[in-house]
Ligand binder design. Structure first.
Ligand code: FAD
Ligand code: FES
Length: 257
């Protein structure tokens, strides 16, 4: 990991209360993997000491840019949203484990909900030797993002919304249930609200499934234990640091609320 100075190239709204920030630096680290995240220092705000973690959903090594997508939540994301192009930002990256490599030719199914679709887009972009299918869901059409990109990068792309204003009506897991046998994936990668991840249990029993978790963080580098969460491996419980041991875990390692 390395702490680099980036310049904001673009910072604009991409869906209702969701922003996309494009950042450029002199030389990106070569080892950024799909599913890893960056810790962003909010510039010019001495009161916001802790950096904010965001998934790196797009990387371009040719022009040394990355893209982050962020939903407006509290003070940090509000402050980021008003930064103009040209602002300098300190970013620590790449952090976390990212999604595991998958053998060439294997079928990868991406299952995402809301802003959780973004880290999965980085998989669709970088797993070029795999067959990608995707099932992405949003609360309603105003919150859709990157649907065309998923369609372009996926062999098949199922789109759902809770209210039916976009794609099929229903929650992601309900809609996916109609298609999963036909897709017959070798592995599932999922990211989204915990309730959506929990709903993937019946698929995880049949197909190896990895989930990317979100947890309140402090340092983002494994030192403070703020992000600890109870996990299980081989029936033994232990505590994992989401920032350093995750954010990607096997479905069955996680305790869902
Ligand atoms: C690995 C990882 C990847 C993430 N990727 C994205 C992403 O791509 N897009 C996106 O919109 N959000 C993402 N989040 C959540 C994002 O970090 C929080 O929404 C953001 O930090 C909120 O900051 P705030 O100052 O606006 O909110 P506040 O509530 O004011 O934040 C106060 C403090 O709590 C921390 N915090 C609050 N909520 C979260 C949270 N859910 N996760 C971690 N720390 C939190 C903040 O970093 C800050 O230190 C991710 C979280 C993690 C852990
Ligand atoms: S955020 Fe400090 S150990 Fe994970």
């Amino acid at each position: 990991m390395i702490d680099l100075t980036f310049e904001i190239i673009k910072n604009e709204i991409m869906a209702s209360d969701i922003f996309e920030m494009t950042l450029k630096t002199d030389k990106l680290p070569a080892d950024i993997k799909a599913g890893q995240f960056a810790n962003v220092k909010v510039p010019n705000r001495t009161d916001l000491i802790l950096r904010r973690p965001f998934g790196i959903y797009s990387v371009n090594f040719d022009d040394n840019t990355i893209k982050l997508g962020y939903a407006l939540r509290g003070q940090g994301t509000q402050a980021l949203s008003i930064l103009p192009a040209g602002t300098k930002v300190q970013v620590l990256l790449p952090l976390g484990n990212g999604f595991p490599a998958v053998e060439e030719g294997k079928k990868v199914l991406l299952v995402g909900g809301g802003i959780g679709v973004l880290p999965l887009l980085s998989v669709a972009q970088s797993f070029k030797n795999n067959v990608i299918s995707s099932c992405i869901g949003f609360k309603d059409a105003s919150l859709q993002m990157k649907v065309d990109e998923f369609k372009a990068l996926s062999k098949e792309c199922i789109v759902a919304s809770d209210d039916g204003s976009l794609g099929e009506k229903g929650y992601v897991a309900q809609v996916l249930a109609k298609y999963i046998d036909q897709i017959n994936p070798d592995v599932i990668f999922a990211c989204g609200p915990e309730i959506m991840l929990k709903g993937l249990g019946e698929f995880a029993a049949k197909y190896p499934t990895y989930v990317s978790l979100e947890q309140r963080m402090g340092c983002g580098i494994g030192a403070c234990l703020v992000c600890s969460c109870k996990t299980k491996k081989n029936d033994e419980e232990h505590y994992a640091r989401v920032c350093a041991d995750g954010p990607v875990f096997r479905f069955e390692e996680v305790f869902y609320g």
